[in-house]
Design a protein around this ligand. Structure first.
Ligand SMILES: [Fe+2]
Length: 278
């Protein structure tokens, strides 16, 4: 079966407050991304709504709860629900975070960073391979924002991310905002980060807003994309070429028109890349 690919255009993360408007207005958005876990129910109106969205738009499934990097056993029940959802909506991409969020069966609401060491790399690569085997397709893994760096780390984060793609054949969801946030919080060079990622593996980009009002930069997904992140995004597109790009907004969610404007800005960056390529 040939898998649909995400349109090389700027999509929007679809959140509950906007679903009714999208169904009523059918805006010209090239694709939507939804959080997989919100649709794990056996049936019901929420899933029926997703079917209606899917009838008109390409869809990406973005997971926030698989806990890929945890030392707990992979949750086969969670994976089975993800596969059932994927079989239902035939998503153009399935993504998860390169993080952990559970230990000893206790789950947290945070996407926690891994220690970037060889053992963790071996461990998470084995888990990515298991997930891909289970689903029968490649997944995308996303770099996370973080507020703590393990002093034991021996591998730069960007090289760790690149190695996961190289070893498992998974592709990368490059969150440019997360790179910027980590650059601020950990003194990473964001351009060196982009340069370390294998161009051919980059399948999607995320953009979102942060909060820099405190002592660390917090990845809130609750603000417009910052000028510094737009600048880094332009550099990412220059390096990777045109990549399907998503606007994420999860807290203080504004009207849908605000997200459409953010997506239009991303679309303009993609279009400008065409001009460069000619
Ligand atoms: Fe993201």
């Amino acid at each position: 079966m040939t898998m649909e690919r995400l349109p090389v255009a700027a999509g929007i993360g679809l959140r509950a407050p906007h679903v009714a408007e999208v169904l009523a207005r059918r805006p010209a958005v090239p694709w939507f991304e939804v959080h997989s876990e919100n649709y794990f129910a056996d049936g019901g109106p929420v899933l029926a709504t997703l079917d209606r969205i899917r009838a008109d738009y390409p869809l990406a499934l973005h997971g926030v709860g698989l806990s890929l990097g945890s030392t707990d056993p992979l949750d086969r029940g969670h994976l089975a629900k993800l596969k059932r959802l994927a079989d239902r909506v035939a998503p153009a991409a399935i993504s998860e975070h390169l993080c952990w969020s559970s230990i000893d069966g206790r789950h947290f609401n945070d996407l926690l960073p891994l220690p970037y060491i060889d053992d963790a790399l071996d461990h998470v690569c084995a888990r990515v391979a298991m997930v891909q085997d289970f689903l029968g397709r490649e997944i995308l893994v996303e770099n996370v924002s973080s507020y703590y760096a393990f002093p034991e780390a021996t591998i730069p984060e960007c090289e760790f991310v690149a190695a996961v793609a190289a070893r498992t054949g998974c592709r990368l969801l490059v969150d440019v905002n997360n790179i910027y946030v980590n650059a601020c919080n950990h003194g990473i060079d964001p351009l060196a980060y982009l340069a370390a990622l294998p161009r051919a593996a980059v399948a999607e980009i995320h953009l979102a807003g942060f909060d820099a009002s405190g002592p660390v930069v917090i990845d809130t997904h609750g603000a417009p994309v910052a000028p510094e992140v737009w600048a880094l995004y332009a550099m990412a597109i220059e390096r990777f070429g045109k990549v399907p790009t998503l606007i994420e907004w999860d807290t203080d969610i504004p009207g849908f028109a605000v997200l459409e404007r953010e997506a239009a800005t991303a679309q303009a960056v993609l279009k400008a890349r065409d001009a460069v390529a000619v």
